[in-house]
Design a protein around this ligand. Structure first.
Ligand SMILES: [Mn+2]
Length: 358
């Protein structure tokens, strides 16, 4: 596996490539052209400039998170083919630039959802947190207002103001889309993009829905083992794979994370590994990465990845805000660096005890 950190680009991120380079064991970053809108074709010169900037800093661009999917594709409107054509062109250009992993999600309207971006923990650190009670008490517009007011001045991916300005319209588009329709539209999209993925060796890695259940009545399908195996079978191509995000699948305590990993051998192309601490089944917070601080056994998660021969990029996920850092919630430097070092330590111990060199 290759340890990486997510990086939003020098225009948007408070963390520098130089800082990332100094985290021991981190050799790559996962990035995106953050200024592009879903549905837009990415320009080759912009892709190459991003890649060069990262390589000049002594790191590798290990994959893209994300190339976002236009709502027309998720809803299945008559103009979806135009947006899929654009997506294919972007994939072609990424492949030509020697980039072979693309993360994306198929979540309607919202990306990940949290109800607090800075819950204070007993040690004074702040973390992202979720309570179902708070979601039940809010409407989507209020949710957007509370998220954007709390974001330390950053624009959070998936919560861009331009997008949220159309929130009512977006909800309207999804009125007739249920889980089955969303599966059908995902299949249509995947079947159309697989040829270009085959040609350039691009691994598509779908990110799970977060939290792993319906929010505000919207359909959500990438939530559990049964659905993800259905997706793997419906387009049975090794390039149709997943981002295994422990913090997103883990929002549902019925998901057995190591078992899910073992069921996806050969299809996990990217891993987000972090812990959650559940205070009740409907209230959780994003704790430090260590097993001892949260609900999940992080050793068992890393061991399952080892057992299936996982060799893709991995990254620590949202970190706590510690040591008075001011950054995009979840995306500060310090706690993610601690997370990377911890996951690398687990991996080294597993490799040495099992006799594989890396
Ligand atoms: Mn994730």
């Amino acid at each position: 596996m290759q340890m990486t950190l997510r990086w939003y680009g020098s225009k948007y991120d408070t963390v520098t490539l130089k800082q990332i380079r100094q985290i021991p064991g981190v050799t790559g970053v996962i990035s995106t052209l953050y200024g592009t809108a879903p549905g837009e074709v990415w320009e080759t010169k912009d892709i190459l400039a991003l890649k060069k900037e990262i390589e000049d800093a002594g790191l590798q661009l290990a994959g893209i998170e994300s190339v976002n999917i236009h709502d027309a594709i998720k809803v299945g409107t008559p103009d979806r083919d135009r947006y899929i054509d654009n997506y294919i062109t972007t994939l072609e250009r990424l492949g030509q630039a020697d980039i072979h992993m693309v993360c994306y999600n198929f979540m309607p309207v919202f990306d990940w959802t949290r109800t607090e971006l800075a819950r204070v923990r007993p040690d004074g650190s702040t973390v992202l947190a979720y309570t179902q009670e708070a979601v039940d008490a809010l409407n989507p517009e209020d949710m957007f207002a509370s998220i954007s007011n709390d974001a330390n001045g950053s624009i959070l991916p998936g919560w861009e103001p331009e997008r949220m300005a159309h929130i009512k319209e977006l909800f309207g588009m999804y009125r007739d889309v249920d889980d089955e329709k969303l599966f059908t539209n995902l299949k249509y999209f995947l079947e159309r993009i697989m040829p270009v993925c085959d040609k350039y060796g691009i691994n598509m890695a779908i990110h799970p829905d977060d939290p792993a259940w319906s929010v505000f009545g919207l359909p959500r399908i990438i939530i559990n083992k049964a659905n993800i195996l259905r997706m793997m079978k419906m387009v049975d191509n090794p390039h149709n794979g997943v981002t295994f995000c422990s913090g997103s699948y883990g929002t549902n305590l019925e998901n057995d994370l190591p078992d899910m990993i073992r069921s996806l051998k050969g299809r996990i192309h990217f891993a987000h590994v972090r812990n959650l601490k559940f205070n009740s089944s409907t209230d959780f917070e994003e704790s430090a990465h260590l097993s001892s601080d949260g609900t999940f056994d992080m050793y068992e998660i890393m061991l399952a990845l080892y057992d299936i021969g996982f060799d893709g990029p991995i990254r620590p996920d949202h970190g706590r805000m510690i040591w008075d850092e001011v950054a995009m919630p979840g995306y500060g430097l310090y706690d993610r660096a601690l997370g990377a070092a911890y996951l690398n330590g687990l991996w080294e111990a597993i490799c040495k005890s099992r006799g594989r060199s890396e």
